[in-house]
Design a protein around this ligand. Structure first.
Ligand code: TYD
Length: 198
């Protein structure tokens, strides 16, 4: 019996997901709710291998890359997500299997197959899908970090990723316009959480 709730934040890079997640977590905790936050890729050995790919994705095939994300998630589900759900926690995760379907989908693997291979992972109660034009999100990444883009963030790639995200239509998905002020985005997120979960 799983009595907790799983909320996934999804979207292309540069939408402000991580900040919005943390702000929501603080808000829910202030109300006395048992919230925990987590992220993928995790810090497991698979997660570390994935991070080393940021600089050179060509060092493995799309299939090998997909397997790393799946193994990383398998551990995450086994060690954290299922036990914390069973303990009644509200889990906010920064990325989940919709990212795999969108990103590894953009790398050429059929998203339907990717969803099927994630059937071991509990379905989220709510997916907050932050939407934004990839040109704007990349401009934010460049300004904010003053960095070169990593291999998962190249513009052509990100357009494909955004396209896949736009095609997903599970009932648990709520789309949030991330091209507003951070305060407006948080307001939309809180209203959606209230309407859908409480
Ligand atoms: P990101 O959330 O940006 O993590 P970090 O803050 O550690 O950089 O995710 C890293 C990248 O990994 C991001 O570009 C999306 C990509 N990704 C996938 O391609 N597939 C997946 O299944 C996940 C979870 C992430």
């Amino acid at each position: 019996m799983e009595s907790g709730m799983l909320v996934a934040f999804e979207g292309i890079d540069g939408t402000g997901k991580s900040t919005q997640l943390q702000t929501l977590a603080n808000f829910l905790k202030e109300q006395g709710l048992p919230v925990i936050t987590t992220y993928e890729p995790t810090d497991s050995k698979y997660g570390r291998q994935i991070r080393s790919l940021y600089k050179d994705r060509n060092s493995c095939t799309p299939e090998e890359e997909l397997n790393l994300f799946l193994e990383d998630r398998r551990l995450h589900v086994h060690e954290l997500i299922r036990p914390e759900l069973a303990a009644g926690k509200i889990i906010l995760t920064d990325r989940y299997y919709y990212s795999t379907a969108a990103y590894q989908g953009a790398a050429g693997i059929d998203p339907t197959e990717i969803f099927a291979r994630n059937s071991f992972a509990p379905q989220p109660n709510l997916v907050l899908l932050l939407t934004m034009d990839p040109e704007i999100s990349l401009a934010r990444i460049r300004e904010g970090r003053g960095e070169e883009l990593n291999d998962f963030e190249q513009i052509d790639q990100l357009h494909k990723v955004a396209h896949h995200f736009a095609t997903f239509d599970d009932p648990c998905i709520a789309r949030i316009n991330a091209a507003q002020t951070p305060e407006q985005v948080q307001e939309d997120i809180r209203r959606t959480v209230q309407d859908r979960l409480f």
